[in-house]
Design a protein around this ligand. Structure first.
Ligand SMILES: *Cc1c(COP(=O)(O)O)cnc(C)c1O
Length: 329
């Protein structure tokens, strides 16, 4: 497997920096951040890494159109629209719910980036992709389907490679990480990090914060991750044991439901913005960051641990959720 075989869409490596002010507040640990909100693709985010491999595959298969699915404020869909613009591919987005009167946040950007948007009402997780695929085929297109969140083995390669990138940064500054917190939702990032950890002997423990308590296409998130990791183990001929119970997913912070902004998320957004000048999105990174804050407040990590927050992007959603923010401050 050739990890260099990808279509360049972003600026890498993304910065790895210390959260100096926050490390003073939570003085028991040293806090670091990996800035995948700065991948560079139309406001950045973690889907850029996945799309480098997915778009490469679409081009290699001779496709001229990409279809993918997400929520109305999908960061994945916005980055896919941008990737398609760069790669000269047509982009069809399959979004749940009804057409909103005003486009705002990610959906506004997806439209601006040239995507054709299909609204699918109650079918919120890409159930209509096959039907749209067939009708585009009949019209003579050759579409490539990217699953919900870009989470399959091809997309996960982005985070296998990201571990290699991180290891180089850590070696370069003689730093060892103990824990990595991040938001896990459709599973591709977690599967990729898990594989990367095995391939590149990254010692840090992953602490994935679960974002969406619902299943995708009848599959539990653990099942999606397990499937991708097993495919990857075969692809990279990794002989290490990996069982279903080895999949960690912290489900203590998802109770409000997907896309529902609670006081937890507002608290996290406020803290990081006001101490470090860094913006979190209200759906994913604020929920995951709150999880990390809770671990630190409860002293659940050993003293002097080096703790990384992997920022996965999502900035445009802030503008969609401005009313929720105003109500809770
Ligand atoms: C998609 C997304 C995630 C979750 O990544 P998955 O690979 O889907 O688990 C986290 N943060 C942001 C901002 C995202 O857009």
């Amino acid at each position: 497997m050739e990890l260099n075989n990808r279509f360049s869409l972003g600026f890498f490596p993304t910065p790895l920096t210390e959260l100096k002010n926050l490390s003073k507040i939570y003085s028991s640990c040293n806090l670091f951040i990996k800035r995948d909100d700065h991948t560079g693709l139309a406001s950045g985010g973690n889907k850029t890494r996945k799309l480098e491999y997915l778009i490469q595959e679409a081009i290699e298969q001779g496709c001229d159109t990409v279809i993918t699915a997400g929520a109305q404020q999908s960061n994945h869909c916005r980055q896919t629209a941008a990737a398609c613009a760069i790669a000269n591919l047509k982009c069809h987005l399959v979004l749940g719910g009804e057409k909103p009167e005003i486009y705002n946040g990610n959906i506004l950007l997806s439209e601006l980036l040239g995507a054709k948007i299909h609204f699918t009402g109650e079918n919120r997780k890409g159930e209509d992709i096959e039907q749209i695929y067939s009708s585009l085929k009949l019209q003579g297109a050759n579409p490539y389907i990217i699953p919900y969140g870009g989470s399959n083995i091809t997309g996960a390669l982005g985070y296998v490679n990201a571990v290699k990138e991180l290891q180089e940064q850590l070696t370069g500054r003689n730093l060892k990480l103990d824990y990595i917190f991040f938001a896990s939702s459709s599973g591709g990032m977690q599967a990729g990090l898990t594989l990367g950890k095995m391939l590149y002997d990254l010692e840090a423990e992953l602490i994935p914060i679960n974002i969406d308590k619902n299943e995708t296409a009848g599959q539990k998130l653990e099942e999606v991750i397990f499937g991708i990791v097993n495919q990857g183990k075969e692809m990279f001929q990794i002989n290490k044991a990996f069982d279903y119970i080895d999949i960690k997913l912290i489900k203590d912070y998802d109770k409000a439901g997907y896309g529902v902004v609670s006081s937890n998320e507002i608290e996290a957004m406020n803290l990081l913005a006001k101490t470090e000048g860094i913006l979190l999105d209200p759906v994913y990174t604020a929920r995951a960051f709150y999880g990390m804050m809770d671990y630190l407040n409860k002293r659940l990590l050993p003293e002097k641990s080096n703790v990384l927050f992997w920022h996965t992007g999502g900035l445009p959603a802030i503008f969609y959720y401005s009313a929720e923010y105003m109500m809770k401050i």
